[in-house]
Design a protein around this ligand. Sequence first.
Ligand code: COM
Length: 501
Amino acid sequence: MVGEKEYDAIWFGGGAAGRFGAAFHKALGGKPLIVEEHHLGGECHVCRCAFENFFSDQASMAELMRLYSGKSWYPKIDLSHISAAKAAELYRNVGQRAFADTMKHQTEKQLGVEVAWGKGKIIDKNTVEVNGKIYKGKNLVIGTGSRPTMPNIPGINLPGVMTYIDHPEMRKDPKKMVIIGGGKIGIGKAAMFAPFNIEVTVLEKYTCLPKWDRDVRNFIFRDFKRRGIKIYEGIDVEEIKGKGKVESVVAKFNGETMEFPCDAVMVSIGLTPNSEPAIPLGVKIGKGNEIIIDEGCRTNIPGVYGVGDAAGPPYFMAIARKRGMIAAKNIAGEDAKMDYSFVPDHIYIPPLEATCVGLTEAEAREKYGDVVLIQVPWGPKPKDPKPEEYYPGFENQGLPVCGKMHTLNLLFYGQNRNGLVKAIVDPKSRKYVGFHSVGDGAKTAFQYLSYLLKIGWTVDQMANLHEIFLNAEHFVQLSRLVAGQKELKGFAAQVYLEDDF
Ligand code: COM
């Protein structure tokens, strides 16, 4: 049966890219159709952004309860029933379903975007079949997402080996977890599991979080050490062992074979784009399995577009949605281009979070020579403070005082976990070139800071903003403290910290 209408575009996949792209397309006056098998919003509310937000809130709560228990006015808290599996269960039962309903309601009812529900089959670039019904489109936009990359090692299919996809499906709390891969997902998962009394070890073949600023990395690794989360870098995982289920991970480290006993393994070595549906159309596919697109999200086949993770990195929600938006504009006759400059990045490290945009200090020094750092804390990090006690050395701990309920409290309840704020400035132009933060609540600012970086925002302009003190990111007031300098030098002392984790 052939559908009566011809659509301006069939959006194959209703994830972040397809859903936002189709909505934008409709707003531009086009006639879009989304083809989606499972639910709108892709992996976000199933196992990615929304789930991770929920789970890291739960992890933050667990960590804070442990920390506050019996201190000041807080009662002693019994943490023996703490459970990551319980947290996942609540999300499965309520969160996943509620978000799915919301996405559906917003897309179909609120925005009036048409959805063909069912497993789609691309017949040709203008024809998609869903449940035996034929849909015709002038354009085809493929946004089929990505999947976890799996290493080809013995034992990878053993029960107990999981990826971020299985995380919400946890039915039982592991005691010891090995995380293979210390990128953004792996490090975030380590920080999320540890508060639930799970012993976590991260095994990374090369360097953990290689693209992040050294001070942020230092902060995270120092924090992990204190929390008992173990990290091995330069380690080569060879095998996952177990009789019927995971029992250990075997790896080569400095020429020696090491075995890490565990009852769960989380694999997080990267993502592979789901480009397969595009292949029969003759669409060019890259070495990383990505749909090759130009700046306008066009493939080599006229009228066929690639959006979201299916078109390869950067794997970031905003990029997925923006690729959808750019494809929609081009389908509507514009000549729109993606802009990949100044894309922020973010990691949950409950009870904190790390966020960055622009250059790291090392990159900035390479590009601009001497740069100015507007940064707190400053200098060597003092020892962990005792709970609820003043001690000399607090002067380097009192800032940043950050958002919501975490960072400042973490300081007073006896943990050296006060975050860090770091802006990097080219002193010649007085323009910012990078922003970095560890804290609680700063990430919202980075949405706007990325734009300010792009337009070449200066220290002097920042000093003119209206801060709402106390705030999570401090860039306004810290910049104002030095913006009066004719020759920008920043603070008087700029101590280069040694790695101390
Ligand atoms: C978020 C997914 S739940 S989407 O980008 O809103 O579709």
